[in-house]
Design a protein around this ligand. Structure first.
Ligand code: ZN
Length: 237
């Protein structure tokens, strides 16, 4: 039996990210970031997200997909019609800089009903207006399309709380001590703006006016096991 906190243990399995037999290695007690595929370095939430795509939408690899703020090119390698963007503060949304497209998910430049899939992995806890972001993503999806996403949901927190707000002049008001996660662009730091609680799906459903489905999976044969490892799906009807 592999203990949750047993570091530097390895086991064989199949990785949904690199689609190979592989070895998974636990490098430390925080499985969410430290339970890696030796071949592609993917983490549990990335493997879980692809498993959910494979299960619910078997033809996703041949569909149009846009990802906001990817950290690893896992989906890019698998999806033939993949595009991505980052939020770059000094770049006009919809234009590119050094080959990278800039988009704000609170005000996307895509046309209505234009994409089959939109993916955000640990992005929504860093936006100031998640209600706007979820509605914008829903707007650009085709009917039948889906937003597939991860975001830390704190089960012990009954009510979702805002950690920081932004004023019209861009100044930030910190309601709670500043907390940062890694950011693939910019200075490498992304401010946490919201702590999502057990009411998250109800809020998201109200914001978008659609059903939010939550997937919990524990399957170490595919390296899927960690805290905060839910994958959420909102299909546009
Ligand atoms: Zn892998």
């Amino acid at each position: 039996m592999l203990a949750e906190t047993q570091a530097h243990t390895s086991h064989a399995g199949y990785c949904p990210c690199c689609r190979h037999r592989t070895t998974f290695t636990i490098h430390g007690p925080w499985l969410r970031d430290e339970y890696l595929c030796d071949r592609c370095q993917s983490i549990p939430r990335q493997r879980h997200l692809i498993r959910i795509l494979d299960t619910l939408f078997p033809r996703w690899r041949w569909s149009s997909m846009h990802e906001s703020s990817p950290s690893l090119p896992i989906l890019a390698k698998q999806c033939w019609r993949y595009s991505y963007s980052h939020y770059l503060p000094d770049v006009t949304p919809g234009s590119t800089k050094d080959g990278i497209r800039c988009e704000s998910i609170e005000a996307l430049t895509f046309a209505d009903n234009s994409l089959d899939f939109f993916v955000t992995q640990d992005v929504l806890e860093h936006v100031f207006h998640p209600d706007r972001a979820l509605r914008e993503i829903h707007r650009v999806l085709k009917p039948g399309g889906a937003h597939i996403f991860t975001a830390p949901k704190h089960e012990a927190l009954a009510v979702t709380r805002c950690r920081a707000t932004i004023a019209d002049d861009g100044s930030i008001d910190y309601l709670l001590p500043e907390e940062y996660h890694g950011n693939p662009v910019g200075d490498g730091k992304a401010l946490v703006t919201w702590d999502y609680g057990s009411d998250f799906e109800r809020l998201a459903s109200e914001w978008v006016g659609a059903t939010v489905d939550t997937f919990h999976t524990v399957d170490r044969t595919q390296g899927i096991d960690a805290a905060f490892n839910e994958v959420f799906v909102i299909v546009k009807r």
